[in-house]
Design a protein around this ligand. Structure first.
Ligand SMILES: [Zn+2]
Ligand SMILES: [Zn+2]
Ligand SMILES: [Zn+2]
Ligand SMILES: [Zn+2]
Length: 511
């Protein structure tokens, strides 16, 4: 594979990646194995070899008699990766003899395992270690902060292993903690078979950690079940363009995204979206103007919110308090209850802009609740199907703006729109509310959404939840084509012909 990216350096971004040639949407930019992978700092106990959660009992490694590992049959064979390496095992075995290291110490310090494994790389993989040490750490901002104190436990643990001999090394542990905090990617831990329960992991990917941030990225990053990270271009990129990855949740408002970046990554984002109080015209953080009741007010400075319509200015505290009340209310409602979510959306729609992130989250939750209800009930109602369809369609234009090009959330939304269209059309046709021709119109409409979903899902790694959805969607595409052929046969059997609608005609299920 020819190199698709090159590393550049600037004062603002540090080391970052740019496209080394023109790249097409969906093109693979880089593939990366983890330098280290391990539990988060507040993780529950996991097997040191395969990272499966250890719920009630565990064994210790036969060789070192220190590392807690899976009981019974041992680690499942389907997880090929073994993280308790030979050299680590020998290291533990040695400490067992010289410093009476015991399994309980390891159990109590599972949150420090990732840091320990990173430090052990210093000797086992000096080249990668040198690269790791070059990563951004923001050490000065962290010194004397609560996070510095929090990491004291890890420093003490590493000290007891005899890995450090002077004060200077303590700051090395802090530096490793910082490099992990600032640069790690969230990784799904392996789930316990049948139960599905897993512990979240964090991984350091040396190439991918050089991706610069923008609140509207131009890449799509996925990590498969073997912990391999793949980064694709989510849109066409020109040679020399900066390659951006969005470290934050694109469906959160600017103040929440900025907070997340400040706390976790130690920088203030200054991207186009962050500088635009309308968030690219989505009004994702805006409220309905208390004065004109038709315009939206957005925060224009620390002190002030402005109405885009009547131009009236409001004190920050006044609008902030209103938004906070809506947020507090969302925290306490039952997010699995259809009625509570509907009521929340009804009430908050009178106060916040239609695409406010709180409303979007409620919309996503409600669409999920309705999807489960439709799948569960033997005879789901048309009303239920129409409502779910409407909710998914409300999400789509926001996703098109904030996650342009390829995005998993958008692919899932498109897929769900297709599911609703097909279910609803079948129901209408079965109850003779639409003719064969009407049914065909609906199925062709659904096919458009499914095709777009598939175009995005194709790049997902096979062994990931999105990859599994891709396989399912492909299966449904075949079924949809078969249904369409049957409906066409039915139309022909009646001696009629099917004429597809012109693009502007609107199928009936859309309202
Ligand atoms: Zn295991
Ligand atoms: Zn061992
Ligand atoms: Zn930003
Ligand atoms: Zn106004």
């Amino acid at each position: 594979m020819t190199t698709r990216y090159e590393i550049q350096i600037s004062d603002l971004l540090g080391r970052y990646l740019v496209a080394a040639k023109d790249l097409k949407a969906g093109e693979n930019i880089l593939t990366d194995e983890p330098f280290v992978l391990g539990p988060t700092s507040d993780s529950a106990l996991v097997c040191f070899n395969c990272y499966l959660p250890l719920i009630s009992k565990f064994l210790v490694c036969k060789n070192c008699a220190v590392a807690p590992i899976c009981p019974g049959e041992g680690c499942p064979e389907s997880f090929p990766k073994r993280w308790h390496s030979k050299s680590e095992c020998e290291f533990f075995r040695n400490l067992k003899l010289t410093k009476s290291l015991n399994p309980m110490t390891m159990v109590q310090n599972v949150g420090s395992l990732l840091v320990l494994r990173a430090i052990l790389k210093k000797d086992t993989d000096p080249q990668a270690w040198a690269e790791f040490m070059k990563l951004e750490t923001h050490l000065d901002e962290r010194r004397n902060s609560s996070i510095w104190e929090y990491n004291d436990n890890t420093v003490k643990f590493i000290t007891t292993l005899g890995l450090l001999d002077n004060v200077l090394d303590e700051s090395l542990v802090q530096k490793v903690c910082a490099a992990i905090d600032v640069n790690s990617f969230e990784v799904r831990g392996p789930p316990i078979p049948v139960l599905g329960y897993s512990q979240p992991l964090r991984g350091i990917y040396l190439k991918a950690s050089l991706l610069a941030h923008d609140c509207v990225g131009n890449t799509h990053v996925s990590i498969n079940d073997n912990n391999v990270l793949v980064c694709h271009a989510s849109m066409d990129l020109k040679k020399g363009e900066t390659i951006y990855y969005n470290y934050t949740d694109p469906l959160k408002g600017t103040s929440l995204r900025q907070h997340h970046l400040r706390i976790g990554k130690y920088f203030k984002c200054n991207c186009e979206r962050c500088k635009d109080s309308t968030e690219l015209g989505t009004y994702l953080s805006s409220a309905i103007c208390p004065e004109c009741k038709t315009g939206y007010v957005s925060q224009s400075s620390d002190q002030q919110w402005d109405c885009h319509e009547c131009k009236k200015k409001f004190e920050h505290s006044k609008i902030w308090h209103t938004v906070q009340c809506c947020s507090d209310k969302f925290d306490v409602i039952n997010k699995k209850d259809e009625k509570e979510l509907e009521e929340y959306i009804r009430n908050v729609s009178k106060i916040l802009a239609p695409n406010h992130y709180l409303l979007l989250e409620a919309t996503q939750r409600l669409a999920g609740v309705l999807r489960d209800a439709i799948n569960r009930e033997p005879h789901p109602t048309k009303k239920l199907m129409r409502r779910k369809l409407q909710l998914c369609k409300e999400l789509l234009p926001v996703l098109e703006k904030l996650c342009p090009g390829i995005s998993s959330t958008k692919a899932i939304t498109l897929y769900e729109i297709h599911v609703s269209l097909v279910q609803l059309a079948k129901k209408l046709f079965d109850s003779r509310e639409i003719t064969g021709n009407g049914y065909m119109d609906e199925l062709m409409n659904a096919e458009k959404y499914l095709k777009r979903a598939l175009e995005m899902l194709f790049i997902e790694p096979g062994n990931s939840p999105e990859g599994e959805l891709c396989a399912k969607a492909l299966e449904e595409y075949r079924a949809l084509k078969a249904t369409m052929n049957n409906v066409l046969d039915g139309i022909h059997a009646e001696g009629k012909t099917y004429v597809p609608p012109c693009e502007t005609a609107r199928p009936i299920t859309e309202n």
